[in-house]
Design a protein around this ligand. Structure first.
Ligand SMILES: Cc1cc2nc3c(=O)[nH]c(=O)nc-3n(C[C@H](O)[C@H](O)[C@H](O)COP(=O)(O)OP(=O)(O)OC[C@H]3O[C@@H](n4cnc5c(N)ncnc54)[C@H](O)[C@@H]3O)c2cc1C
Length: 390
């Protein structure tokens, strides 16, 4: 949200996001106050408010949002994909070069595209068990009956459903958010995971549509995001295990509590839950390459997050003195910012989703070739981009 300029509108405050002093892992307290820095930020906000804000943002960018429309079938041709849609005024078809299924855990787009959704759905809690539990806690019986419908509310609120699409892409169709993965809500990772999918895919689709995507760029979406979904499923299942009753789990909680006395272990879990332990594949071998770009304070008074608000790649020159001739052929796609910051890194190439494509600690001597290679790898061939074809 901050890297797109939406945080202030959500939080109502002018300050940048605040790191959590503590969190929890499967109900075990996670003390983060002694870590010098970490990436766990939490902003409690009703989902309705978030959706309103994102819809406003989409409309301000000229996106047409249609409510009350249901995609019923999806079919692909060699150069376009067509969705049949049922709306209040009847059925019609929409064709486009690409289609993104952001239609939740029961995704019609996923099913219509023949993408499997393997995983585990734990048994519904039986009604009798719920009734007994309520009586035990409240000391009184409450009237309750089976909910109607094929997907009982008991299972959805228990939320013990861990599944992941076996592919995030089928031809011209992509899956994001719950359409691509569902898991327990413990720790609340679902929205972040889905938003990061979208952030990852969005600029790559834009590159393809605007004609400057290098070969294979769209395939990096699945390569980068599928492993992240796997890790969220892993840690939410681990947290669920820690929440179970019984003497064995009590012993496991005791052991985990001992392990959490170690700061390194607390950082490991903080990074895991924040998704900050992700390293996407890059040709560049600098330790920052493939990782989330920290929100450095820059000497000109701005922050890295502010530079990324237009959603474009940024070449941040922090004293390397990169010659204009190195990047000027990408100037229609990549913004260049020259400033300084209190960091050993002298230049960083940042993707629109906030991940580092290339970095150097030295002057550009010997680094220029690597930069041009990274510019080509992520933002296409040098020279003016091809014009928008559709
Ligand atoms: C009770 C509950 C509490 C939760 N709490 C948290 C939390 O605290 N933190 C957190 O991070 N996550 C939480 N989650 C998970 C979070 O809500 C989901 O991860 C998130 O909403 C997924 O977003 P999405 O856009 O991928 O899918 P959804 O939010 O499911 O949106 C899918 C959209 O697609 C539409 N749609 C579906 N089928 C079609 C179709 N055929 N045609 C057209 N449109 C269609 C739906 O109407 C819906 O608007 C919670 C979930 C639940 C159920």
């Amino acid at each position: 949200m901050d890297y797109r300029g939406l945080h202030e509108r959500l939080s109502g405050a002018a300050e940048p996001p605040i790191r959590m002093p503590g969190f929890q892992f499967g109900a075990l307290p996670l003390d983060l106050s002694t870590l010098d820095s970490h990436d766990l930020f939490v902003l409690p906000i009703p989902q309705r408010r978030l959706e309103e804000l994102l819809e406003d943002r989409a409309r301000s960018l000229g996106i047409l949002v249609r409510r009350g429309q249901e995609v019923t079938t999806v079919r692909q041709g060699s150069d376009e994909v067509t969705a049949e849609v049922r709306g209040p005024e009847g059925t019609y078809e929409v064709s486009a070069r690409y289609l993104v299924g952001a239609d939740g855990g029961q995704s019609v787009v996923r099913k219509q595209s023949g993408i499997d959704f393997p995983g585990i759905t734990d048994e519904d809690m039986p009604l009798a068990e719920l009734r007994d539990a309520v009586k035990r806690v409240l000391g009184a019986e409450l009237p309750m009956s089976e909910p109607p419908g094929a997907h009982p509310a008991l299972r959805r609120t228990a939320g013990i459903n861990s599944r992941q699409a076996d592919r995030y892409r089928q031809g011209r169709v992509f899956l994001v958010g719950d359409a691509a993965h569902v898991h327990s809500g413990v720790g609340g990772p679902g929205l972040n995971l889905g938003l990061q999918d979208v952030l990852n895919l969005g600029w790559k689709l834009a590159a393809a549509v605007h004609g400057w995507a290098p070969p294979g760029l769209l395939d990096t979406y699945e390569a980068e995001r599928h492993p992240v979904g796997e890790r969220v499923i892993m840690h939410t299942r681990a947290q669920l295990a820690l929440l179970q009753p019984g003497p064995n789990t009590t012993a496991l909680r005791e052991l985990m509590t001992e392990l959490l006395a170690d700061q390194g272990n607390r950082r490991h879990l903080a990074d895991l839950m924040a998704g900050a332990d992700i390293r996407y594949g890059t040709t560049d071998t600098h330790p920052m390459a493939g990782r989330w770009m920290p929100d450095l304070a820059l000497r000109d008074g701005s922050r890295v997050a502010e530079l990324l608000r237009p959603g474009r790649p940024v070449l941040l020159d922090l004293g390397a003195g990169v010659a204009a001739a190195t990047w000027t052929e990408w100037a229609d796609r990549v913004d260049t910012v020259v400033t300084t910051a209190d960091t050993p890194v002298k230049a960083v190439l940042i993707r629109p989703d906030g991940y580092v494509a290339w970095a150097t600690n030295g002057s550009t001597d010997g680094g220029t070739d690597g930069l041009r290679e990274a510019l080509t790898e992520w933002f296409g061939q040098a020279g003016p981009r091809r014009s928008l074809t559709r």
